[in-house]
Design a protein around this ligand. Structure first.
Ligand code: HEC
Ligand code: HEC
Length: 413
C-alpha cells in the first residue's frame, strides 16, 4: 500500500489522538470522585411514584389548572402564578392574586391583591417523597396523617391533594377580600371553604367538556362529580408535567457527561466548605425541615407590617419563629426572586443572605427605632446561619455555576 493512500488515515488518527489527549487533560481532573460520591445520593430523576400514565387525566388537569372560571371572580387561575417562563413560579417577589391581570411584572401594574409570599415552583411536587408543602409546611404528612388547616376534615390523606385544595379558597389568592366574602363566608374556615368548593364545582358541571371527561376518565355521572375529583386531575397533571428530569449534575454523577472545572469547584463548596448540603440535601435538595436564615422580609408579610413568622404560624411554638422550609433547588436558576418573600432578586443575593445579610440592606434611611427593630428581627431570624461559613465573592460565583447545573437541559417551558 502506498504511503499516499494511507496518509489521510494517519492524519485523521493523529488529529483524533491530539483531540482525545487534550480532552482528557482538560477534563481528567473533573471526574472528581468526592463530588461524584456526594452526588450519588442525588439520583433524583428516577420517579419513586408510579406516575399515572393516563395522559387524558393529565390533560383534563391541565385545563382545570388554567381555567379562570375556577376562581371566585372568574379571572384567576393556578397557571397565572405558576408560569412555565419562570420555572413554574411567577417571577415576582410577592405573588399578585385575585384582581390582578397579566403575567409576571405586568401584574404589578394591576389592582391585584398581594399574596405575601414568593410563589413556589412545582417540580417534583408530585413525587411520593414530597410530603411537606408551602414555605411553612402548613400541609404536611405526619405519623401517616395529613396535617393542615382542614384539621380532622382533610379532603384526602394525600398531602399534595390537600395542598391543591388550598389556593382555591385562599383569600387574596383566588378569593376576593371584600364585603361579600366577609359577610357571607367566615374567613378561611372549613365551612366557608366548602361553600366555595360547591360554587366552583357548579361551574365545572356547567361545562359539557368537563362533564364528559369526568364520565370517561373517572366513570362519574354528573351528580357524582365532587371537588376531590377536580383536585385529583390537577394532581395527575402536576405529577406528569412537573416530574423530575435529568439535570447536568445528575448526568455528571452518572458519568454520562462532564462539568467544567469551575462547576466542579462550585459543587465541592456546596458539599464541602459551604455546608449547603446540610440543609439542601436529598434528591429534592431539601431536608424538608425548618430553619431561620436571615433573608429579610420584602413586602407586607404574612403577619402584617413586614413580618412573616413562618413555621410559627403553623405550630405556635416560639422556637419556630422565622423558620421556613428549606426550599428545593431543582431548576433554581429559573425561579427568581428567592426566599419566602422574594427579597433576593438573584441567586447571588440568595446565597449571600445566608451568611452576610447586612451587605444587601441599607439601614441608612431608617430611623433609630426602625434600625433597632430591624436588627432584633435579623438576629431572631439568624439562628441557623451560624452554620454557614463566610464565603468570598469568587466562592459565591463558583457556587452559582454549580447551582446552574441543577437545571433541566431540555426546555422546561
Ligand atoms: C396568586 C398566585 C397563586 C395562585 C393563583 C396559585 N398559587 Fe400556588 N403558590 C403561590 C404561592 C405564593 C405559593 C407559596 C405560598 C406559601 O408557601 O405560603 C404557592 C405554593 C403552591 C404549592 C406548594 C409548593 C411547595 O413547594 O410546597 C402548590 C402545590 C401550589 N402552589 C399549587 C397551586 C395550584 C394547584 C393552584 C390552583 C388551584 C395554585 N397553586 C394557585 C401562588 C399562587
Ligand atoms: C441551615 C440550613 C441551610 C443551609 C446550611 C443553607 N441553606 Fe439555603 N436556604 C435555607 C432556607 C431555610 C432558605 C429559605 C429562607 C427564607 O426564605 O427565609 C434557603 C434558601 C436558599 C436559596 C433560595 C431558593 C429559593 O427558591 O428561594 C438558595 C439558592 C440557597 N438557599 C442556596 C444555598 C447555598 C448555596 C448554601 C450553601 C452556601 C445554602 N443554601 C445553605 C436553608 C439553608
Amino acid at each position: 500500500m502506498k504511503f499516499d493512500t494511507i496518509k489521510p488515515f494517519l492524519c485523521a488518527l493523529a488529529v483524533w489522538f491530539v483531540f482525545a489527549y487534550t480532552y482528557e487533560a482538560a477534563y481528567a481532573g473533573l471526574r472528581d470522585n468526592t463530588l461524584i460520591d456526594a452526588g450519588k445520593h442525588f439520583i433524583y430523576s428516577t420517579s419513586l411514584t408510579p406516575i399515572d400514565p393516563n395522559i387524558k387525566k393529565a390533560s383534563l388537569g391541565s385545563k382545570l389548572f388554567e381555567d379562570v372560571r375556577l376562581s371566585f371572580n372568574g379571572k384567576m387561575s393556578c397557571a397565572l402564578c405558576h408560569i412555565d417562563k419562570f420555572g413554574s413560579s411567577d417571577g415576582l417577589r410577592n405573588s399578585i392574586g385575585i384582581g390582578g391581570e397579566g403575567e409576571g411584572s405586568e401584574r404589578l401594574d394591576s389592582d391585584g391583591l398581594v399574596v405575601p409570599r414568593n410563589s413556589l415552583p412545582l417540580w417534583g411536587r408530585g413525587e411520593s417523597d414530597f410530603q411537606t408543602f408551602f414555605w411553612d409546611g402548613k400541609v404536611e404528612k405526619e405519623g401517616g396523617k395529613v396535617r393542615s388547616q382542614f384539621g380532622d376534615y382533610a379532603p384526602s390523606n394525600d398531602p399534595l391533594t390537600v395542598a391543591i385544595h388550598l389556593p382555591f379558597v385562599e383569600i387574596r389568592e383566588m378569593v376576593n377580600d371584600d364585603y361579600e366574602v366577609k359577610s357571607s363566608l367566615k374567613t378561611e374556615s372549613v365551612k366557608s371553604a366548602e361553600k366555595i368548593y360547591d360554587r366552583l364545582l357548579e361551574r365545572v358541571k356547567e361545562n359539557q367538556e368537563y362533564v364528559s371527561a369526568f364520565d370517561e376518565l373517572y366513570f362519574l355521572k354528573l351528580d357524582e362529580i365532587e371537588f376531590i375529583h377536580i383536585a385529583d386531575a390537577i394532581k395527575v397533571f402536576i405529577q406528569s408535567k412537573f416530574r423530575l428530569q435529568k439535570t447536568r449534575f445528575e448526568k455528571y454523577v452518572k458519568q454520562e457527561s462532564v462539568l467544567s472545572p469551575d462547576e466542579v469547584a462550585g459543587g465541592l463548596i456546596f458539599f464541602g466548605k459551604g455546608k449547603c448540603v446540610s440543609c439542601h440535601s436529598g434528591r429534592h435538595f431539601t431536608d424538608f425541615k425548618y430553619h431561620s436564615i436571615p433573608f429579610v422580609q420584602a413586602g407586607f408579610g404574612k403577619n402584617g407590617f413586614g413580618v412573616d413568622y413562618g413555621r410559627f404560624n403553623v405550630t405556635h411554638d416560639p422556637d419556630d419563629l422565622y423558620k421556613f422550609r428549606t426550599p428545593p433547588l431543582t431548576n433554581v436558576e429559573k425561579t427568581a426572586p428567592y426566599g419566602h418573600s422574594g427579597s433576593a432578586l438573584t441567586m447571588e443575593e440568595a446565597v449571600i443572605y445566608h451568611f452576610d445579610p447586612l451587605r444587601l440592606i441599607s439601614t441608612e434611611n431608617m430611623t433609630p427605632l426602625e434600625r433597632s427593630e430591624f436588627y432584633k428581627k435579623l438576629l431572631a431570624s439568624s439562628e441557623d446561619s451560624e452554620l454557614i461559613p463566610y464565603l468570598d465573592d469568587d466562592e459565591v460565583d463558583t457556587l452559582i455555576l454549580f447551582l446552574k447545573t441543577l437545571s433541566y437541559e431540555e426546555s422546561s417551558e
